[in-house]
Structures are given as C-alpha cells and as structure tokens.
Design a protein. Structure first.
Length: 111
C-alpha cells in the first residue's frame, strides 16, 4: 500500500522590520564667516561695484549684474566673459576670461 504523503506547508515569510534610525534635526544653514567678512575694493574694482567695503558675495553679485547689464557674457560659450574697458583693466589686460578665472582676478583687486 502506498502511504499518503503529507502535504508540505509553505514556508512562513518573516517580515523584516526596517531598523528605524533616529531622526536628525535639521538646523538652519549658516553662512561661512569668511565670505561675509567685508573686503575693500581697489580703484579698478570700485569702478564696477562701488568703493565701500562689502562681503565677497555682494561683490560677485554686483559684478554679475554689470556683466548681464552690458552683455559681456559670450553668446556661444556662456562660461566665457568678454571684457569691456573696465573689465579688461580688472582682468589684467586680457580680452576675455572664463567665469572661473574671473573670481581670481576680482579678488586680487580687493583687500
């Protein structure tokens, strides 16, 4: 006689609980104090941004306003800044620089 086989029970699925990590508290972003320290522009830079001491962030904003206002950003290569008379003096006589080099030239003219 053939013995009846017992039906196998399906294996129980064990639900894995995700380990909860403690929630991190988000703090308000604080500006870097070095960027907020006012610097004094020299005469060349003052022709573009004004002669009073300002934080680096404000100087860069004013330079970009000047570039946009006068259409100095290259039309094809947006990373290239073409200089007018004031910007050429700022760039050390160069006709054009990249936007990354521009920062270097700007802050050589500020203390």
């Amino acid at each position: 006689m053939a013995a009846k086989k017992k039906a196998k029970k399906p294996a129980k699925k064990v639900a894995k609980k995700a380990a909860k990590k403690p929630a991190k508290k988000k703090s308000a972003r604080k500006p870097n104090a070095a960027f907020m320290k006012p610097v004094q522009p020299n005469a060349v830079l003052a022709a573009i941004v004004g002669d009073k001491a300002q934080p680096r962030t404000e100087i860069m904003k004013k330079v970009w306003v000047y570039i946009k206002k006068n259409g100095l950003q290259d039309k094809k290569n947006k990373r290239q800044i073409n200089g007018d008379d004031k910007m050429k003096a700022l760039f050390g006589g160069k006709a054009s620089v990249t936007m990354f080099e521009m920062t270097k030239y700007i802050f050589k003219n500020a203390k």
